[in-house]
Design a protein around this ligand. Structure first.
Ligand SMILES: Cc1cc2nc3c(=O)[nH]c(=O)nc-3n(C[C@H](O)[C@H](O)[C@H](O)COP(=O)(O)OP(=O)(O)OC[C@H]3O[C@@H](n4cnc5c(N)ncnc54)[C@H](O)[C@@H]3O)c2cc1C
Length: 481
């Protein structure tokens, strides 16, 4: 009997059978079929456990640990299942812990909101918005915890706004990581991935949304044509280089890409303003007034938080083949222009892949974001406001057929490496790689820098000295590789 089979037998003996899903059942098919990336759904775990409480998670860890600690049985931890890296949140032949039933969203009198690890942002937005509050949550209503928010220029990364984590450690203990309880763990969890335990609840800060006749946000999408992109790069860099004088209420991304459905290269500005307004504020006008644009697709308007998140969730393909990869560079026109040229040339080579939809997206981390991030206790990412604004460069690709996997990955990896080489040549390269958008050949933990990596390794040794989350949970990016 394999270690995994023994672990399943032990789980069956202790935990409610309806929460342990086995291949062949409808519930198993529903859970395993619901990843964003088809490549992740193709993995077939031997069993899926769906905890309904932190106590269930603790029981799972205690039962599975004897089999998993040496790596002979393994398990995966799954939140919303939106990170496209295959194997990061599913385990072929192993066990998958699907946190999708931990969906509590509870707003407290002190205006913090407790969010279960399986909740989606749309549910969180709904609860806080009803109380006139906002939260630094994901842009997409479907997303899991992590990354950038509409409010990030002002409030920092989403993880910077986690006041405390409830986490199940390798011992099976349910504990809290906050500035006063396990502060090392609290900082490590802000960027350190699934290396320290299973987070069962996030307690997040909220803030009042501006009240008034107009809705508290404004924004949407502006579609335009590729000849307009160089000017948008210039506008982006000019806005970022205002440094402390940049408007902290803006959130913007600019993209160039291709869609086989329409057979054309197109560009997209996604812009938001986090104060009430009925028209584009000055800081956003360079990104909204671009001409010519596709007027019928222009979605700029006043929004409430739930509408904004629903807008970002709409149109996201799910259950297709997906690849994300990214690098970060300093805000520099020549570097970003070179990146766009390299990218467009690479896309030309894969345009005949069925169902191709792909984009190169520049997501800025303005100085205000990096400063706020540090002021809120810092994280383990190794980003420093003193180095100026950062632009995260994301290569996002969706396609239909497995037969195109290798050539698409090769083309995009080649483009990424060329973009990085250009940045090195122009002295604008940064080591940082955003973990949630990283590909399997990238090393986001190493990109945080030697000191941060050593810090994370130390936290792992303190709270998981046997290395359960290193060997027993092989998916995602590990600390000792
Ligand atoms: C449609 C879409 C929209 C997005 N929108 C945004 C956005 O607005 N801003 C942004 O910056 N990013 C965004 N992203 C990227 C996003 O940050 C990540 O996809 C998301 O945060 C991952 O969370 P998840 O719950 O889906 O993780 P999963 O895919 O379930 O897991 C990802 C990794 O985290 C680990 N993990 C998950 N939950 C836990 C837990 N509770 N405890 C320990 N480890 C855990 C898993 O083991 C795995 O390694 C988006 C992605 C998509 C596909």
């Amino acid at each position: 009997m394999s270690s995994t089979a023994k672990a399943i037998a032990a789980l069956q003996a202790t935990l409610p059978v309806e929460q342990l899903l086995l291949p062949g059942s409808d519930a198993y098919a529903t859970s395993n079929g619901a990843y964003l990336a088809q490549q992740e759904s193709e993995l077939q775990p031997a069993a899926i456990f769906q905890p309904k409480s932190a106590e269930d998670v603790a029981k799972f860890v205690k039962i599975v640990k004897p089999f998993a600690v040496g790596g002979s049985a393994t398990f995966a931890i799954r939140g919303a299942g939106n990170m496209p890296l295959p194997g990061c949140a599913n385990d072929d032949g192993g066990l998958t812990l699907d946190l999708g039933f931990l969906t509590t969203v509870e707003l407290h009198e002190n205006r913090t909101v407790s969010v279960g690890a399986g909740a989606q942002w749309s549910a969180v937005d709904k609860v806080v918005e009803a109380a006139g509050l906002g939260v630094t949550g994901g842009r997409s209503g479907n997303g899991g915890i992590g990354g950038l928010s509409f409010f990030s220029s002002r409030e920092g990364f989403i993880s910077d706004n986690v006041l405390s984590f409830e986490i199940v450690l390798a011992s099976g203990a349910i504990t809290t990581a906050s500035p006063i309880s396990n502060p090392d763990l609290w900082r490590a969890l802000r960027g350190g991935g699934n290396n320290f335990g299973i987070v069962t609840r996030y307690d997040l800060a909220t803030f009042p949304l501006p009240a008034g006749p107009s809705k508290p946000l404004w924004g949407g999408n502006v579609y335009y044509f590729t000849p307009g992109f160089p000017a948008q790069i210039e506008a982006l860099v000019a806005e970022l280089k205002k440094g402390k004088d940049a408007d902290p209420n803006t959130h913007l991304l600019i993209s160039t890409g291709y869609s086989a459905q329409f057979g054309v290269n197109m560009c997209l500005n996604t812009v938001y303003y986090t104060q009430p307004t009925d028209e584009a504020p000055p800081a956003l006008q360079p990104f909204t007034n671009i001409e010519p644009q596709v007027q019928t697709l222009n979605s700029l308007k006043p929004l409430n938080l739930t509408e904004a998140a629903a807008g970002q969730a709409a149109g996201v393909a799910s259950h297709v083949r997906v690849s994300y990869m990214n690098v970060a560079v300093k805000a520099d026109v020549a570097t970003l222009q070179a990146a766009a040229d390299i990218y467009n040339a690479a896309v030309t080579r894969i345009k005949n892949a069925t169902g191709l939809t792909c984009s190169l997206t520049f997501q800025p981390y303005p100085v205000s974001l990096l400063e706020t991030s540090a002021a809120k206790g810092g994280n383990s990412l190794g980003l420093d406001a003193a180095h100026g604004p950062v632009v995260s460069v994301l290569l996002l690709t969706y396609w239909n057929s497995k037969k195109d996997d290798a050539r698409i990955t090769e083309a995009m990896k080649g483009a990424l490496e060329s973009i990085q080489a250009q940045a090195v040549e122009k002295t604008t390269a940064l080591k940082y790689v955003y973990l949630n958008y990283a590909a399997d050949f990238q090393d986001p933990i190493g990109s945080y820098g030697g000191l941060n990596k050593a810090f994370l390794q130390g936290v792992s040794k303190t709270h998981d000295f046997e290395g359960l989350f290193q060997k027993g949970v092989p998916g995602g990016f590990k600390l000792f590789t």
